[in-house]
Design a protein around this ligand. Structure first.
Ligand code: HEM
Ligand code: HEM
Length: 191
């Protein structure tokens, strides 16, 4: 069942496409890395992996803030007219929830390490010392709350990602409406 195609000139800017894919790749790496490092024995390797996780995580935070700035100052392309009301609602909900989570997850990570009584330093990419968030008391119970939030919200990203990718593939292979190609412009150039 084909949904009415979208106007191909109604597209995302290059900045939006680059930010979308850069953040998506980093987040998928962070999810895999986070799950991997969770059960490692306490060795220098674990400490090193944590430093990389924190470095790329802070990158996600900064890129996501830039992306939110872009989003609030630009119009995004319209969804296809043929989409049902609930489908449009689900798409909007998923996108808003993603914007919240791509900022809240790294922020909870930063809050967690700032509240840790171990007071471990964060050095981004072995080069740039990164401060703890100011005003956060170093307290194990508080650290535990941020850790829990970080984990739950990271798993919420995985849930949304399944829905999001499922929807993108349905648009491409069933509706054939150009929604995926406007986020991967190279696909439309191949005709
Ligand atoms: C979008 C970015 C991020 C994603 C998707 C992500 C995801 C994850 C996941 C899935 C875990 C394993 C679950 C767990 O152990 O509780 C984890 C653990 C962890 N994350 Fe992140 N994270 C991100 C950013 C950050 C940032 C920015 C920091 C700190 C500056 C951070 C610090 C940590 C720490 C310290 C742990 C280990 C917690 C423990 O000891 O159990 N994360 N992260
Ligand atoms: C964790 C990874 C991802 C996140 C956080 C994410 C987030 C988002 C957000 C927030 C939007 C809305 C654009 C905006 O309003 O600025 C969007 C659009 C889109 N994403 Fe993702 N995405 C991810 C991964 C993917 C993947 C793997 C695919 C493809 C298989 C994909 C395909 C799309 C498409 C086609 C759109 C355009 C929807 C439209 O035109 O209405 N995304 N994504």
């Amino acid at each position: 069942m084909a949904t009415k195609a979208i106007d191909p000139s109604d597209r995302y800017t290059k900045v939006a496409v680059i930010l979308h894919w850069l953040i998506a790749i980093l987040i998928i790496g962070q999810l895999a890395g986070g799950i991997y490092m969770h059960n490692l024995p306490a060795t220098t390797w674990k400490f090193e992996i944590y430093q990389w996780h924190k470095s790329f995580g802070i990158m996600v935070l900064l890129l996501s803030l830039a992306r939110l700035g872009w989003r609030l100052t630009h119009k995004t392309p319209a969804l296809p007219d043929g989409m049902k009301g609930w489908e449009k609602l689900a798409a909007r909900f998923t996108h808003i929830a993603f914007y919240f989570l791509i900022i809240a997850v790294p922020l909870a990570g930063w809050l967690m390490v700032s509240a840790s009584p171990y007071d471990l330093p964060t050095v981004l990419f072995k080069l740039v010392p990164w401060p703890h968030l100011p005003g956060i008391p170093q307290d194990a119970a508080l650290e535990g709350i941020f850790k829990e939030l970080h984990e739950i919200m990271a798993f919420a990203i995985i849930g949304l990602l399944v829905l999001h990718v499922g929807a993108a593939l349905k648009h491409h292979f069933i509706n054939r409406d150009g929604v995926l190609t406007r986020m991967i412009p190279i696909l439309s150039k191949r005709g």
